[in-house]
Design a protein around this ligand. Structure first.
Ligand code: SF4
Length: 392
């Protein structure tokens, strides 16, 4: 870290990220081409996604809240960040430091960020609907497009998108295009997320080729989504072992609920015993799990069964260090079959606060049941999954 004694500005380049800040003041981080990553500015905190969406992150009373900014607000934040960067860099004498590789300072603005994001959109052929919350530093690579099931009653992520499967060749040419756009910015990426939904469910031979090609080309761990109802029909421990040895580190599975009635309303044809076996096989193959459950699924009428059965289901999983359980609040889209069922059967929609209370109950139950079963406290987090935060 370099500190300028006169101005009190400190800066460093570490692991593909440039940070600059003033003690107890503003702190800004960028990738090595000048894309904003985080900014703590004027007492507010922002995160920019690689697709140029800005989130304001705040916490009050121990509760974290996330708000995505409108485009005009985002532009204002971006311009303020670059102005502040220019000031701090000048105070620290950075523009004169020719050997830093930070010669982009003073040459970045909102227009540059916007056109950069357009180039990424072009490579992906459209926006990225969702990533797990711990994957915002991932390099997203589209191996499949859409979801092979695409029929869960509550889900709108891939509505209207025809499912397609790529190849190892596709992902490598995508990586070449991403490298060309991201430049040295690629060094800020910590993992590769192989999207879209359920990327590991196509032919094992092809999936393994794609995972290996990505892992060898980028030297980063690979992450992906899976489901627990179509995948177990074609995959077993042997397939997962091959994927893991090719570089697959963790798989995120939307279990949503451990209650059969709730699963039926969600139109998730998941046999709980098969799902359990699938996840045990993944673990036995060395793959970590990201288990996603929902608070509010099944509404008020099924709340008790949902909490009880879901907690019991998660407690059966062989989780440990490297795994994570996410609790995501249900979003009831009014034009979804799920909403229609909830209304027709008078199940009742939980309020935001009720979903929060249910999430806390789920968390407490999971920790208690899992600890009882395993005679130790969990060494994996049970954390919130906020869709508003999980944007790329
Ligand atoms: S499997 Fe996942 S992505 Fe596909 S429809 Fe269901 S919730 Fe949506």
């Amino acid at each position: 870290m370099q500190v300028d004694g006169m101005s009190g500005v400190a800066w460093k380049v570490d692991n593909g990220v440039f940070s600059i800040g003033q003690v107890s003041g503003d702190v800004l981080t960028f990738d090595l081409e000048g894309r904003i990553i985080f900014a703590s500015l004027g007492g507010r905190s922002y995160r920019r996604t690689i697709m140029n969406r800005f989130l304001e992150i705040s916490s009050a009373g121990g509760m974290r809240s996330i708000r995505e900014l409108e485009s005009s607000e985002s532009e204002g934040v971006a311009e303020a960040v670059y102005r502040r960067l220019d000031e701090m860099a000048e105070n620290a004498g950075l523009p004169d430091a020719h050997d830093t590789g930070l010669d982009w300072i003073g040459r970045r603005d909102w227009n540059w960020l916007s056109s950069d994001a357009m180039k990424l959109l072009e490579i992906y052929g459209g926006g990225i609907p969702v990533i797990p919350p711990d994957q915002y530093f991932a390099l997203y690579v589209r191996y499949t497009r859409g979801c092979s099931w695409n029929r869960c009653s509550f889900c709108r992520l891939y509505t209207g998108i025809s499912y397609a499967v790529g190849s190892a060749g596709n992902v490598i040419s995508q990586v070449d295009s991403l490298r060309a756009v991201l430049g040295r910015g690629i060094y800020s990426r910590r993992s590769v997320f192989m999207g879209d939904a359920n990327a590991i469910n196509s032919s094992t031979v092809e999936v393994v080729k794609a995972i290996r090609a990505l892992h060898e080309s980028l030297g980063l761990p690979i992450y992906a989504f899976s489901d627990a109802f179509t995948t177990p029909r074609t995959k077993g421990e042997y397939d997962y072992r091959q994927m893991h040895s090719a570089g697959l580190e963790r798989v995120y599975i939307g279990v949503e609920s451990g209650n059969r009635n709730v699963l039926e309303i969600l139109n998730k044809p998941m046999d709980l015993q098969i799902a359990l076996n699938e996840m045990r096989q993944m673990k036995a193959a060395g793959i970590s799990l990201g288990v996603i459950i929902m608070s509010g699924a099944g509404g008020r009428a099924l709340a008790e069964e949902h909490v009880g059965d879901t907690s019991s289901f998660v407690a059966e999983l062989p989780l440990g260090h490297g795994d994570v359980v996410y609790i995501s609040p249900m979003v009831e889209y009014s034009n979804s079959p799920y909403y229609d069922t909830v209304m027709a059967e008078n199940l009742g929609i939980l309020s935001k606060d009720e979903k929060l209370i249910q999430a806390l109950k789920l968390k407490d139950n999971i920790i208690r049941l899992w600890s009882d079963k395993n005679s130790r406290v969990p060494d994996f987090p049970v954390a919130p999954y906020l869709l508003a935060e999980s944007i790329y």
